[in-house]
Ligand binder design. Sequence first.
Ligand SMILES: [Zn+2]
Length: 378
Amino acid sequence: MKAISVFSDFCGGNIELIDASRADGIRLNIRRDSHADYFQWFYFGVCAEAGAKLGFSLENAGQSSYPDAWAGYNVLASYDRQQWFRLPSQYADGALSWQHQSEQAEVYYAYFAPYDQARQQQLLNTIAAEPRCNQIKQMHSPAGHSVELFRFSNGQAAEGKRKLWLIARQHPGESMAEWFMEGLLEALFKMPDDTGLIAGADIYFVVNMNPDGSWAGNLRSNGAGTDLNRAWAEPSPETSPEVLGVRDAMDEIGVDLFLDIHGDEELPYVFTAGCEGNPGYSPRLKQLEQKFRRRYQEINPDFQSVYGYDQDAPGEANLAIACNQIGQRFDCLSFTIEMPFKDNANIPDEKEGWSPSRSMALGVSTLQLMEALLPELR
Ligand SMILES: [Zn+2]
């Protein structure tokens, strides 16, 4: 029998092999972030005989950053790293396990459909080819990767023109955030200049805030070990230059709406987290938040507002979180948008669960939503 090899030396790869002497009992650990102790994201390849009955166990799943997230989770598999499908998985005694009779000699498994550097380069090429897009700032991450801030604008000044900001993938393991951005931008670039959104707003965006972590296969942190979404109160040029660069640009330009795109490991729903705990939270913002959520649900049934995080008590918000800091700083509508790793339990899809295509469709819906709310943002 051919020896089994397990490998993760590629963009976004993450696994540690304990033992692969038995095909039906391959024992693995998820590796910690490159410079911090978080872990949950995994992504690896296996070479074995086509048709082999493979069995896997992630033995340290129970010690991961979100151990409660494994119940009800099903792993993703792919032969070509383009099409991903779910395999029934079991979480017991602190380990996540699954079986798979692989149709091919080479097969990949991941926590969610990866969004790698090659895919991102295609997206950046598409952005570069769009005449209404300009790179207005470039930051450098602690590991030396480039983080680009773009403006999409028809170039016309207009009375009351809004400034809409979107950032994605502060948490590198939440790859659905970049799929969301790809869907949103593709639809945006097809819009003619006379649509209400483009006539009435300039759109500022970053497709990937954390390339360090994304390419290293990290869950939450960059090449300095920083969780960027806890760095917005006091961003540092050494440990969170990605955040500092974006926040400085916001201070120069202004913000009328901020959306920060994420994935949630535990909850099987699409939801938003708002600014109810901010010191500056007002009836105006509360009403706007309610309108945003109501319209979102009308436009895309994957969105719901029954399930989500516990609300912050008044004045108790953590201002190191992007959504809270920007909402407070600019007295504007500001949300974290969360998509599931598992599925939307209200509209389950057994084959794919939550997927790149649904993330992209949510991005398109978010464009429609921004257009609908434009007149009311100030
Ligand atoms: Zn996140």
